[in-house]
Design a protein around this ligand. Structure first.
Ligand code: SF4
Length: 199
């Protein structure tokens, strides 16, 4: 999969590995495009540079950001997650998926992303895009909520058995956004086309 590294896009949150920054980026990226998220993310972090700052934020001021992303009702997630980490762990993020999953609003994907990007220690990472790629590449033809299926998670575990999970995750996300796209994947120019079982 090393070929994928040439697809890597530059986004502000990819240049550092602070758990707080990744959490904010991932919360913002849920159902919003990365290009749209980037300017909002930068301003947000200027106003709330630390998790403690966010834990004390007023709902109305956070709503200004979530509204720009078209996700008005997401504001409480940001504040509640920050409050949880501050109150339970004095603002220090835990280093295990199970513990990260206790943070309100954090699901398997966000926990996996933090484990990969910040600790290089994710057993797997799956979002709907990664699941789609795994499904196609292995010729599985699964339908529905496939990212929760056991075989997808098993295949992701094998994929993430790499030295640099952070780089790999970003490359994989770019690959699934630009090449193995949801609709009309660019199979003729895909570097994996010879091994891929999608037809
Ligand atoms: S060949 Fe097509 S379906 Fe297979 S991984 Fe590449 S883009 Fe995806």
């Amino acid at each position: 999969m090393t070929e994928h590294h040439r697809f890597i896009r530059e986004f502000e949150w990819r240049n550092q590995s602070k758990q707080y920054n990744i959490l904010i980026a991932e919360f913002m990226l849920q159902r919003t495009k990365a290009e749209q998220v980037e300017p909002v993310y930068k301003k947000f972090l200027k106003q709330y540079p630390y998790i403690v700052t966010l834990s004390k934020a007023k709902l109305k001021s956070v709503e200004k950001y979530t509204a720009t992303l078209g996700r008005h009702n997401r504001a409480p997630y940001f504040i509640n997650a920050a409050k949880f980490v501050v109150h339970n762990w004095s603002g220090k993020f835990p280093e295990s998926r199970d513990e990260l999953l206790k943070i309100p609003g954090v699901g398997n994907y966000v926990a996996g992303a933090i484990m990969a990007v910040c600790y290089n220690n994710a057993d797997y990472v799956v979002d709907s895009n990664i699941a789609r790629f795994i499904n196609r590449y292995n010729g599985l033809t699964l339908k529905g909520e496939i990212r929760r299926k056991k075989i997808i998670i098993e295949k992701s575990k094998k994929l993430f058995n790499v030295k640099d999970q952070r780089k790999f995750l970003f490359a994989l996300l770019d690959f699934t956004a630009l090449i193995c796209k949801p609709i009309n994947p660019l199979c003729p120019e895909c570097p994996l086309k010879k091994k891929c079982k999608y037809s």
